[in-house]
Design a protein around this ligand. Sequence first.
Ligand code: SAM
Length: 211
Amino acid sequence: MVEVIRGHAAGGYSSVLPPEISKPVLDAMGRVPRHEFVPRRRAASAYEDRPLPIGYGQTISQPYIVALMTDLLAVKAGDKVLEIGTGSGYQAAVLADLGVEIYSIEIIPALGKAAAGRLERLGYDTAVTRVGDGYFGWPEAAPFDGIVVTAAASYVPPPLVQQLKPGGRMVIPVGRPFMMQQLVLVTKDAGGKPRTRVLLPVAFVPLTGGH
Ligand code: SAM
């Protein structure tokens, strides 16, 4: 699995993209048992570099995209990261493996509950989950060093920008549902001013909810 996620597709994309995924992220990807995060009947495909269905019309993201989004967050141990879209809990586990304190929100109660149980069973103690609409973030736990949104929004939710620390990084797919979107990196400078950079085309399930 590590080999297929090592390099990037050639040419044309933002220079913000790292030339390759960093070793700590690759190591974390190598340690987290992806087969534990997919339905049992999908276990044989767990280490293929593609998204897989996890029920309720949702997916566990492609390993390369998980690695890239994790790398773009540029986290260090002890950082506090907010994830919108817990899904299977896999992305949260990769971040927890890197020593991150991870707060993850899922809007589908059955998925959120299953992911919480899975993360606890596998010992990812620094992952905290809740069920709700992630559009509004997790104000009581804010501010965050990083925010990763794993469902496509039509615009960057202002509450999430607000909950990002100065110096923090947010990675989010932005665009129309059920079409290609753009992976966007939002950084906040020391003065709190956000800057948005478009990185590469991606395809995510939509951010839902009543917001
Ligand atoms: N990060 C997940 C993983 O590692 O398995 C994959 C997430 S899947 C691509 C996107 C998830 O976002 C789905 O589980 C979906 O239910 C959830 N979602 C969609 N809209 C949401 C919202 N407003 N708040 C929280 N979660 C949401």
